[in-house]
Design a protein around this ligand. Structure first.
Ligand code: TYD
Length: 209
């Protein structure tokens, strides 16, 4: 993003791909190096966003696809305006679980909505803001499902979707990364935690100079 002096890094990937583990390791590493890190996420990175998160992830029953896309976009609009931009303007590093690529991959994978429309909606919501770097943890959906099953947590609405849906999410992510190779770093999420962390650090060092 051009307006801020800080750096904005997002993490993307299917459910169970290890985003949070890597985000925590990267945050600790940056903090130890003396940087100020803002850890945040979508949906739910702001107070208003928490309310929206509760609706989109835990509402029992269907949400019309366009309503769902608009809820994610509303969360994004408020989050970028009140959390992300102010932090970047203060020169901080924003480390964020999920951003608009999640909307394109997940809402687009439902097949009802068009990926370009979803991306345009998100860009409108966020006034065109794009991260400096997006780390994509790429994992075969079957392997991801095994990890989620062993985590012993109840599934949210999207985690409970069928394997076929998660295959489409993965394909959509890889297509997005191919379209914007400078913004994305694709990581093989089946590698060890340490190996992935090392690749992430190398790329972030490059970014921060
Ligand atoms: P998240 O809190 O990252 O869950 P997890 O830790 O299991 O990855 O994300 C919650 C869900 O929200 C996830 O299944 C993906 C979905 N999601 C969308 O469908 N569209 C979006 O725009 C975003 C940000 C998330």
């Amino acid at each position: 993003m051009t307006s801020g002096r800080g750096a904005w890094i997002t993490l993307e990937g299917g459910d169970g791909s290890g985003k949070t583990t890597q985000a925590n390791l990267l945050a600790d590493w940056l903090t130890d190096a003396g940087r100020t890190v803002v850890r945040t996420r979508e949906p739910g990175g702001s107070e208003v966003g928490q309310l929206i998160r509760d609706i989109v992830l835990h509402h029992r029953g269907d949400i019309a696809p366009r309503a769902e896309a608009l809820l994610y976009a509303a969360d994004r609009a408020h989050h970028v305006a009140t959390v992300v931009r102010p932090a970047l303007d203060r020169g901080e590093i924003v480390l964020q679980d999920r951003y608009l690529d999640s909307s394109v991959a997940y809402q687009g994978a439902g097949r009802v909505l068009d990926g370009t429309e979803i991306r345009d909606l998100s860009l409108w919501a966020a006034e065109g803001a794009l991260p400096d770097l997006t780390l994509l943890l790429d994992l075969d959906p079957d392997a991801a499902r095994e990890r989620l099953d062993s985590a012993d947590k109840p599934f949210d609405r999207l985690e409970a979707e069928k394997a076929e849906f998660h295959g489409r999410v993965r394909d959509a992510y890889l297509a997005l990364a191919a379209e914007e190779p400078d913004r994305f770093l694709v990581l093989d999420a089946s590698a060890s935690v340490a190996e992935i962390a090392a690749a992430v650090r190398a790329r972030v060092e490059e970014l921060l100079g």
